[in-house]
Design a protein around this ligand. Structure first.
Ligand SMILES: [Zn+2]
Ligand SMILES: [Zn+2]
Length: 422
């Protein structure tokens, strides 16, 4: 067969999928402890949402979206990111009419037509949070510290928090004009010279060498902040200091769109070799209005899970993703024994234990091998003799014992041994 997963996608198989489950459930636990609630939005949206919500001059919208017309002739896009759909949902369901702020988290695949490389996929997985309906510095600090808490929970210590404020609709236009006239006098790269007028903030994002040096000398937005933005930014910093979270102010960290405002941040790490962003986000006080809703300031982050999980493989970290099975059942004999074992399997599962048996009905030797490989705490062996006498052999791997017990007593004994019943 020469059918393969499409370029830039992949299958996540066991045991890797166990690691994924473990990482996702642990992050979910961290969210829930901070009173974040899950939101699930569709995998595709109307294209217009991303053109307005991410911005027509971004790489995402210009080059990277999976956009197609459906059979009804609507322009549909596979979601390339998580924030615009969440804000769309917040507005559609008038969540602003309920008690604020809304603290939401999401998990799921995102789609971008990018050049595939190690740890970057066209279908990649993200988790993120959005706090919508408030613009206090406490919300910014809550979101940023949550990101740090996730890294710490996974024992990642080698990170740097980059922080910036990109101002608001009042103070940023002055800065943008200043930036435009600065870059026009400098030898920026070809791509950038085209976008200076449309979106000069994107030059600060440019990865080309000739622009890297220039942007170090460029005017800095923090020198242009209005008093309100300036106060907001210093309060965010104070709150981070109170939590003893180190950060470095990075004037080139921008999100080049009008409705992104004030706080922008990225957490970078060297855990994968070259320094790379593991988690990033910021404040988007103008986004809800851009989408046609009332003012609803928000703040959030997104975190790519593919690279995050790759880090564990790289460090060969032991993640106890694999919950061992309680019981593996071995049936030694013909059809009657097999059928009886099948019934007992059901009984054991109904009592609340995780349990499995050999559905291929292989030889006793191969079943015992499977039991060892699976590493269940208990192996229950039923043979023809046992069936006649109404007993089973119970092997306890933790204690290294094997005992014959009455079949009617099996559940009681299992419960006693696992401490469910004293
Ligand atoms: Zn301002
Ligand atoms: Zn450039």
């Amino acid at each position: 067969m020469n059918l393969r997963a499409p370029r830039g996608t992949r299958d996540i198989l066991p045991p890797a999928s166990e690691v994924w489950n473990y990482v996702e459930s642990k992050i979910k636990e961290i969210y829930k402890k901070r009173n974040f609630k899950e939101i699930r939005t569709p995998l595709f949206e109307e294209t217009e949402l991303f053109v307005r919500g991410v911005g027509g001059t971004t790489d995402i919208v210009e080059k990277e979206m999976y956009t197609f017309n459906d059979k009804g002739g609507r322009s549909i896009t596979l979601r390339p990111e998580g924030t615009a759909p969440v804000v769309r949902s917040y507005l559609e369901h008038k969540l602003y009419g309920q008690s604020q702020p809304f603290k939401l988290f999401y998990f799921g695949p995102m789609f971008r037509y990018e050049r595939p490389q190690a740890g970057r996929y066209r279908q990649h997985y993200q988790t993120g949070v959005e706090v919508i309906g408030g613009d206090t510095p406490f919300i910014d600090a809550e979101v940023i510290t949550l990101g740090i808490d996730i890294l710490r929970e996974f024992k990642m210590e080698d990170w740097v928090l980059h922080l910036n404020s990109i101002g608001c609709r009042k103070c940023r236009p002055v800065f943008i004009e200043e930036l435009k006239s600065f870059f026009k006098k400098e030898p920026v790269c070809g791509e950038c010279s085209e976008r200076i007028d449309r979106n000069p903030l994107r030059v600060l994002d440019c990865k080309n060498k000739e622009c890297a040096d220039i942007k170090q000398k460029a005017p800095r937005i923090i020198d242009f902040l209005c008093p309100t933005c300036s106060e907001h930014f210093s309060e965010v910093q104070e709150l981070l200091e109170e939590r003893e979270i180190p950060f470095s102010i990075d004037p080139t960290l921008v999100r080049g769109l009008d409705y992104y405002t004030r706080t922008a941040f990225e957490i970078k790490t060297r855990e994968l070799g070259a320094q790379d962003t593991v988690l990033g986000g910021g404040r988007y006080d103008g986004l809800a209005e851009e989408l046609g809703g009332p003012r609803a300031p928000g703040m959030g982050f997104g975190m790519g899970l593919d690279r995050f999980i790759l880090m564990f493989e790289k460090k060969q970290m032991e993640l106890s993703g694999n919950d061992p099975l309680d019981v593996y059942l071995v049936a030694i004999g013909g059809k009657p024994v097999q059928k009886e074992s099948w019934k007992k399997l059901n009984m054991i599962r109904r009592a609340g234990f995780s349990a499995d048996m050999d559905l291929l009905m292989r030889s006793p030797k191969n079943q015992m091998k499977a039991a060892n490989r699976i590493g269940a705490r208990f192996t229950v062996i039923i043979g023809e003799n046992e069936l006649e006498q109404g007993v089973v052999q119970l092997k306890d791997m933790d204690e290294g014992t094997q005992n014959e017990i009455e079949i009617d007593q099996l559940i009681q004994v299992l419960k006693k041994k696992t401490g469910e019943v004293k």
